[in-house]
Design a protein around this ligand. Structure first.
Ligand code: PLP
Length: 392
C-alpha cells in the first residue's frame, strides 16, 4: 500500500464516471478558430467574448509596455509593484463603470477571495446564492463567516434567510453571481438590492461573465440595471470579455480603500504585469470608443440560440452569450463533445461537480469574433452529432 493509492482510486473513479478532465492544448492565438491538439477547429469554448485576446491594439499596447517596464511585476502592489499603468487602469475602470473607485487584483478568483475575507469574519454571516461560483464559495469559507445558501435567484428566499439568521450575527453580506456561468441566467439584482436596502446589508455581485458583455457597451451588470451607486461591491474580471487577465472590485470608495489595506491577495501576491495592465487599458479604450463589438456579440448570441432551438436542442434559459446545450448524463455530454471535435468544432462538455449530476451539457461560448459562416458551421455540426446520438 502506498500513501497515494487513494488518489489513484479517486482518479480511476473520475474516469469511470466520465468526469475526468482531459486537458487540450492550444497551439494558436485565441479567435474564432483555434489550433487544438494540432487540429484546426472552430472555437466554441473560450471566454474571449469580444475577440480582444488577440486584438492588434491590445497586443501593441502590451508590446509597448513590455519595452518600457519589462515583463515581471517584481513586487506586490503595496511595496514596489504598482506602476502608473496600474493606477491609470483603476481610474479608467472606475470612470468606465460609473463607480466611485476600483481596485484591481490578479484575477477574478483572487478578487473574490480578497474582498470577501476582508469584509466579513467569524462573527458574521454571508447570504450566498446556492449556485454561486467556486471562487465565491472559497472566499466565503476563507472568511470564517457562517454561510447561509439561499435558493437560486430568489429574493424572497433571501429575505426569509435574513429574517431567520441575521440577528444572531454581528454583520451580514449578501453575495450573488451576476451572470451564472453554467446556465447563463442573470441575477435579479434590483430585487436583491431592495432586500439589501430594507435590512441595511452589504450587497456584492460577481459580474465576471457580465463584464464587457452586459450594460451599455459592456459596462457590466450594475449599468445593465441602472443601479449605479447602489451596489456596494461589484467584482469583475479582465480575463473574459476584456481578453487579458486580472480581476477588479468596483464600488464604494471606502470599501475600495479598505481593500487596499486588507485585501490579502493585493498585499501578499504580485499583481498583473505592466503589459497586462496596458492591454486592459487598450480594451477600455476600445469599449469607450464604440459599442460595435458588444452589439455584434449579442447579435451572434441571439442568432445561434434561435437556430439551436429550431434544430430541437434545449438551450435552457440563458439570454447572454453563454449557451448551455442540455444533454443530461455526463458520458453523453463527453461523447457529444468528442464527436463535435471530430467534426472540427471545439466545444467542451461540463459535468459534475461544476454542474449538478444529471445536468451535464455542452457549453457553447459565442463571441464577437465569430462570423455567420462560423456559426453556420457550428450549427451544422451540432445537427449532425445531435441526430447521430439521438438527442434531436
Ligand atoms: C470566471 C469567473 C471568475 C474567475 O475569474 P478569473 O479572472 O478567471 O479568475 C470568478 N467568478 C465568476 C462568476 C467567474 O465566472
Amino acid at each position: 500500500m502506498s500513501k497515494i493509492d487513494w488518489l489513484t482510486q479517486e482518479i480511476d473513479g473520475l474516469k469511470e464516471q466520465g468526469l475526468y478532465n482531459r486537458i487540450r492544448t492550444i497551439g494558436s492565438a485565441q479567435g474564432a478558430r483555434l489550433v487544438v491538439d494540432g487540429k484546426d477547429v472552430l472555437n466554441f469554448c473560450s471566454n474571449n467574448y469580444l475577440g480582444l485576446a488577440n486584438h492588434p491594439k491590445l497586443v501593441e499596447a502590451a508590446k509597448e509596455a513590455t519595452k518600457k517596464f519589462g515583463v515581471g511585476p517584481a513586487a506586490v502592489r503595496t511595496i514596489a509593484g504598482t506602476t502608473d499603468l496600474h493606477m491609470q487602469l483603476e481610474a479608467r475602470l472606475a470612470k468606465f463603470k460609473g463607480a466611485e473607485d476600483v481596485i484591481t487584483f490578479q484575477s477574478g478568483f483572487t478578487a473574490n477571495l480578497g474582498a470577501i475575507s476582508a469584509l466579513v469574519g467569524k462573527e458574521d454571516v454571508i447570504f450566498s446564492d446556492r449556485l454561486n461560483h467556486a471562487s465565491i464559495i472559497d472566499g466565503c469559507r476563507l472568511s470564517g463567516a457562517k454561510i447561509v445558501a439561499y435558493e437560486h435567484n430568489d429574493a424572497e428566499a433571501l429575505e426569509d434567510a435574513i429574517k431567520e439568521h441575521a440577528s444572531s450575527f454581528r454583520r451580514s453580506l449578501i453575495i450573488t453571481d451576476g451572470v451564472f456561468s453554467m446556465d447563463g441566467d442573470i441575477a435579479p439584482l434590483p430585487a436583491l438590492y431592495e432586500v439589501a436596502k430594507k435590512y441595511d446589508i452589504l450587497l456584492m455581485v460577481d459580474d465576471a461573465h457580465g463584464e464587457g458583455v452586459l450594460g451599455k457597451g459592456g459596462r457590466g451588470i450594475v449599468d445593465h440595471f441602472g443601479l449605479h451607486g447602489k451596489i456596494d461591491i461589484e467584482v469583475g474580471t479582465m480575463s473574459k470579455a476584456f481578453g487579458v487577465v486580472g480581476g477588479m472590485v468596483a464600488g464604494n470608495k471606502t470599501i475600495i480603500e479598505w481593500l487596499r489595506q486588507r485585501g490579502r491577495p493585493f498585499l501578499f501576491s504580485s499583481a498583473v504585469t505592466a503589459p497586462d495592465a496596458a492591454a486592459c487599458l487598450a480594451a477600455v479604450d476600445l469599449l469607450e470608443e464604440s459599442t460595435e463589438l458588444v452589439d455584434k456579440l449579442w447579435d451572434n448570441a441571439r442568432y445561434f440560440k434561435e437556430e439551436m432551438k429550431k434544430l430541437g436542442f434545449d438551450t435552457g434559459v440563458s439570454e447572454p452569450p453563454i449557451t448551455p446545450v442540455m444533454l443530461g448524463e455526463a458520458p453523453l455530454a463527453q461523447q457529444f463533445s468528442r464527436e463535435l471535435f471530430e467534426e472540427g468544432v471545439f466545444a467542451m462538455s461540463i459535468g459534475f461537480p461544476t454542474v449538478a449530476k444529471g445536468k451535464a451539457r455542452i457549453r457553447v461560448m459565442i463571441s464577437a469574433s465569430h462570423d455567420r459562416d462560423d456559426l453556420g458551421q457550428g450549427l451544422e455540426a451540432f445537427a449532425r452529432v445531435g441526430k447521430r446520438l439521438g438527442v434531436i
